[in-house]
Design a protein around this ligand. Structure first.
Ligand code: DQA
Length: 145
């Protein structure tokens, strides 16, 4: 099984940005946690972060070209604005899980919209970095070879 884990804008600032919302671990800690978990489970994983919407669209299309079996995506603020990222996930038809480190449903009104949600099999919020692990496990459990 091969999974792409994609992170959007400002997630490279983990550990620095709003630690009360996002915790003190940095992006490298997140990547290490994901890679260790996937290695233990025998899952191939590709991690990618970008601050640019089009690069995230390209990464979703690349997941398709590379025959990925699942996508875990935290689109950051593009969650609330990007139809292009929604369209990309719909275009590739790869099972997708939306992850948010913070509990978005308890935050500002503008965070209550998620364009990508309708194209995702599951949404995980407010579980910190563990949310990514839960997303990977969900995709693995539902994986049909
Ligand atoms: C976030 C929540 C978004 O509203 C915010 O713009 C982010 C991070 C989260 O992981 O909780 O950048 O996706």
């Amino acid at each position: 099984m091969k999974i792409y884990v994609l992170n959007g804008p400002n997630l490279n600032m983990l550990g620095i940005r709003e630690p009360d919302q996002y915790g003190t671990a940095n992006y490298n800690d997140l990547v290490k946690k994901i890679k260790t978990h996937c290695k233990n489970k025998g899952i191939k994983v590709v991690t990618f972060q970008s601050n640019h919407e089009g690069d995230l669209v390209d990464a979703i299309q690349l997941a398709y070209l590379k025959n990925a079996d699942g996508i875990v995506i935290n689109p950051g603020a593009y969650t609330h604005t990007s139809i292009a990222i929604l369209d990309a996930v719909k275009a590739v038809s790869i099972p997708c899980v939306e992850v948010h480190i913070s509990k978005v449903e308890e935050r500002e009104d503008f965070r209550q919209v998620s364009f990508i949600r309708s194209a995702c099999q599951k949404t995980i919020t407010g579980k910190g970095l563990d949310g990514y692990i839960e997303a990977i496990d969900f995709l693995a459990e539902n994986y049909k070879d």
